[in-house]
Design a protein around this ligand. Structure first.
Ligand code: PLP
Length: 431
């Protein structure tokens, strides 16, 4: 009888993972799974058991596992900060090691935003605006700016002073008689309307994922949306906080997803992909203007956790990000992305249920429409698992793909051929 309290109490407990290698998981019963979900939560980007990451981690363990962030210098933190800013096209120039999870990074960014306003004498700026259909983590504060249907029952626990504006999703929210440009403007204007309703003197920040993430399936914004949002934030002295927990660190084909949109936020936070799951670690990027305000104000950041900037996590992140930042790595991600899209378009565009493929880099989603929509996604995923030992995240109205960035072309071909086969097989007999 297990003593483990599992998230799903009825979960199958006899299938034990023995090891992972590249994109493949191996089980104790001899079976294996090919993963197109980056470890289910899209965290793993350089494959399991990556020898380069393991070697660096072993060396770090031999020396020291963790030294405190506030008191000691860990050279790897400096090196990782340098590296993370080395290919950035935006203006952020400071890296704050916030903790372990994306949710913690979200909270740290919110607190930093409020502290910067507070230390500038604008204490009333303490409301946060975010978007529907978003997810920023499962701590109560991160939840309060998210919008996940199954977690709505927790709402009585949320702090107040939170407002949601509609999602930014050209596929669902754009009117038939509207151009993309008009939609970008209208959608950004919804933010400005919310700021004016609350009063700009009361709003600290707008928080959003650079591309709508896993919930709706990797939807890039309408062109110029972020440019308009940036202008609105500047007009009302509202910080722009971007969540790149799922779409940052090269997964979009650029190191930072917002670099596709050519804007610079005030804060940008990263988590799960930073160390590719080899250790939990998260960070917040910001700019020296925020540091100056805090230096002149309270003189310290009023957020800290025991394991922030964890030394082993930092070493792992440095090893992972060294791989991601290597010359040619992102060209390879973009080439695989282009091939992925062409393959799906070619194979599925004449299928009646197929709607589109969209996303950036290797954060891609296939949208479909049919009767019993949710069941269709689950049935296709199940078929793929049973017949091909491949795992994809299919439900609601989309299949979300977040393969390891190190996936080979041959593996991608095999996985997508199998996916197309399962999609067509299930669609053929769907009523
Ligand atoms: C976009 C986004 N932000 C934040 C988070 C929260 O990260 P964590 O689960 O590490 O707290 C997630 C997790 O799925 C995410 O997808």
């Amino acid at each position: 009888m297990t003593k483990l309290l599992h998230t799903y109490p009825d979960y199958q407990k006899n299938k034990i993972v023995s090891k992972g290698n590249g994109s493949t998981l191996y089980f104790n019963d001899g079976s294996e799974l090919f993963d197109m979900t980056g470890g289910w939560t899209s965290h793993c980007i350089v494959g399991w058991s990556n020898p380069r990451v393991i070697e660096v981690m072993k060396d770090q363990i031999d020396r020291i596992c963790h030294i405190d962030y506030k008191v000691y210098v860990d050279q790897n933190r400096e090196k990782l900060s340098e590296l993370l800013l080395s290919q950035a096209e935006h203006d952020l120039d400071r890296v704050y090691f916030s903790g372990n999870s994306g949710g913690e990074a979200c909270e740290a960014a919110m607190k930093l935003s409020y502290q910067a306003h507070y230390d500038s004498g604008k204490q009333t700026k303490n409301w946060f605006i975010s978007r529907e259909q978003s997810y920023h983590g499962s701590s109560t504060d991160a939840l309060s700016v998210g919008d996940r249907p199954n977690l709505k029952f927790l709402k009585p626990l949320y702090p107040n002073k939170r407002v949601h504006v509609p999602e930014q999703n050209p596929y669902r929210e754009m009117y038939d008689d509207e151009s993309e440009e008009q939609y970008a403007r209208r959608s950004a204007d919804e933010l400005e309307k919310a700021i004016l309703e609350i009063g700009s003197d009361n709003v600290a920040a707008f928080i959003a994922e650079t591309i709508q993430g896993g919930l709706v399936g990797f939807v890039p914004p309408a062109k110029n949306y972020w440019k308009y949002v940036r202008e609105i934030c500047d007009r009302h002295d509202v910080h722009l906080i971007l969540d790149e927990v799922i779409c940052g660190t090269g997964t979009s084909g650029k190191i930072y997803c917002c670099d596709w949109d050519q804007i610079s936020p005030d804060f940008l936070f990263l988590g799960k992909t930073l160390a590719s799951g080899y250790c939990p670690i998260s960070i917040v990027l910001t700019h020296s203007g925020i540091e100056d305000v805090i230096r002149a104000g309270q003189g310290r950041i009023q957020h800290s956790t025991t394991h922030q900037g964890h030394s082993l996590g930092t070493a792992a992140a440095l090893a992972v990000q060294t791989i991601i930042h290597e010359s040619g790595f992102l060209d390879d991600v973009n080439a695989k992305s282009a091939w992925f899209r062409q393959f799906i378009e070619r194979e599925l565009s004449s299928e009646p249920f197929f709607r589109n493929i969209r996303g950036r880099g290797l954060r891609l989603a296939v949208e479909y429409d049919c009767p019993k929509q949710n069941e269709f996604g689950i049935a296709v995923s199940h078929n793929l698992l049973q017949r091909h030992n491949i795992i994809v995240d299919g439900k609601w109205h989309r299949f979300a793909f977040s393969p390891m960035l190190t996936i080979t072309e041959a593996e991608l071909f095999r996985a997508l051929t199998a996916f197309v086969d399962s999609f067509k097989t299930i669609a053929k007999n769907w009523d």
